[in-house]
Design a binder for this molecule. Sequence first.
Ligand code: OAD
Length: 348
Amino acid sequence: VDFLRSLFSRTLGLSPGEKVLDELTLDGVARYILSGKCKNIICMVGAGISTSAGIPDFRSPGTGLYANLQKYNLPYPEAIFQIDYFKKHPEPFFALARELYPGQFKPTVCHYFMRMLKDKGLLTRCYSQNIDTLERVAGLEGEDLIEAHGTFHTSHCVSFLCRKEYSMDWMKSTVLNAEISLLNYSHFVLLWMYFFLDIVFFGENLPARFFTTMKMDFPRCDLLIIMGTSLQVQPFASLVNRVSNSCPRLLINMEKTGQSEFGMGLFGFGGGMDFDSDKAYRDVAYLSTCDDGCMALAELLGWKAELEEMVKREYALIDSKDAKTKDKEANQSSRSTGAEAGKSDKTE
Ligand code: OAD
């Protein structure tokens, strides 16, 4: 009976652990980080961390991607990321991918805050649902990251015998620059058969590394920071229940998410988070934009100036790289126009 009681209360998230935070506020979290007892921080992030970069999230009413897909005539919004639908109609996904393709967006303050956690040796790993690669642009490396829903960063040949890796630039120039219309639909199906973005569609497995790394990281996590996600997609959402019962969880988001749902508990996903009940002892919700929340936490930690300096320095670097790329492209195009003009002179 004891065994069953403890199993149920663990599964339902009912048995409280040790109270680690002196206060369930951002200040309490900051004091805990500064105490030196918090050495392993995991960040779990979603589309809300990239909205200030100009990339829409999925479910925000009005502005989210799922509210703005009418032009693709989908049977339902999520179909665009559904593997069975994609196999029959790849063009809406590729058209959207072209719009959202990396290279046009800069990481946000929140992305650089995670980089700062890494630089200070506090980041165990960032578990991201995003495919926009902005964590990498901000300076997190492959080892620091689990891209749970895949990434635009690489592509692989889908043939099991081949699995050759293709770079982001290659994919961009060959696939995403091509004209996408029903007329060249068959061309795209053909391409899809051989080359494929490393994106996880609904109905596909998450990368094996997600499962192996999660088992290693979560039990030893000292603080879980969840940012910019509605926590509606499994199995990612249930990661919040993988940390120990004493591990504090900080949510920085525009709305409260991941709270207890009785049904979820019954189905083994755990009890979710508890910010407000009398029993709340470790979950903190800081309702704001991710950028403001990260900057507020940085200020409490005494890192504000450093974070601002990092953002300024990294933006300047990105701008100068962009300027060089544009110059190079302009030179190439003027050279090819010159060559074309020369050719037409001769023909005439
Ligand atoms: P959602 O769009 O479901 O949730 C984004 C969350 O971020 C919402 O709770 C917003 O209120 C919040 N938010 C938006 N902008 C914010 C900001 N600037 N600061 C703070 N919070 C903000 O996005 P995800 O949870 O990432 O999966 O969605 C999860 C998965 O559903 C995606 O990876 C994708 C999608 O279908 C696949 O495609 C497989």
